[in-house]
Design a binder for this molecule. Structure first.
Ligand SMILES: [Zn+2]
Length: 175
């Protein structure tokens, strides 16, 4: 249970004790920080604790926040490496280099690259904000890449569909 109170000097501005930030906050500022933290991209460090906060989501009037542990991380959507510099916010430098070598047909040593999965256009269907949408990407190595991208980048909860085959929607959790 959250208890709300008012500062007599600021009537009409409900406040509460935020455990995550160990501070008394106005509901309004909490909502603002949650919105900023969840606006996409990488939030400023001081807002990391707002990222997956259900109370912040509630204050911001967004009940369906993306609570995936991947949300806001710098995980590479192709190799699942974490804490990497991501090219275009999506794929790490090493994966990008290997993809480039695969397209060129030779690696840095001038030889044919080995074991690179063929890159192709793939798409996944998903539900977000009550709408069915499709995410399509060129030059992907697997459709898991798209799933990681959605779970990492979507401010709202996503429910991933497994294309048209296999049927059934799956909760937006990476197994
Ligand atoms: Zn990678």
């Amino acid at each position: 249970m959250v208890e709300y109170f008012e500062n007599p000097l600021l009537p009409g501005k409900p406040m509460f004790r935020c455990e995550r930030l160990s501070a008394s906050l106005q509901v309004e500022s909490c909502a603002g920080m949650w919105n900023k933290a969840n606006a996409g991209g990488h939030p400023p460090e001081r807002l990391f604790r707002c990222l997956q906060c259900p109370l912040g989501a509630e204050h911001a009037g967004v009940g369906d926040a993306n609570m995936s542990p991947l949300r806001g991380t710098t995980i590479c959507s192709r190799c699942s490496g974490t804490d990497l510099r991501l090219i275009g916010g999506n794929i790490c430098v090493s994966c990008q280099d290997r993809a480039y070598e695969g397209l060129k047909g030779r690696n840095a040593k001038g030889k044919a690259p080995v074991k690179h999965p063929p890159l192709a256009r793939r798409s996944v269907r998903y539900v977000c904000g009550g709408e069915v949408r499709v995410l399509a990407r060129n030059l992907t190595a697997s459709s898991d890449e798209l799933v990681v991208e959605l779970l990492r980048d979507s401010p709202k909860r996503v429910v991933i569909g497994r294309g048209c085959v296999g049927g059934g929607l799956r909760q937006g959790v990476l197994l």
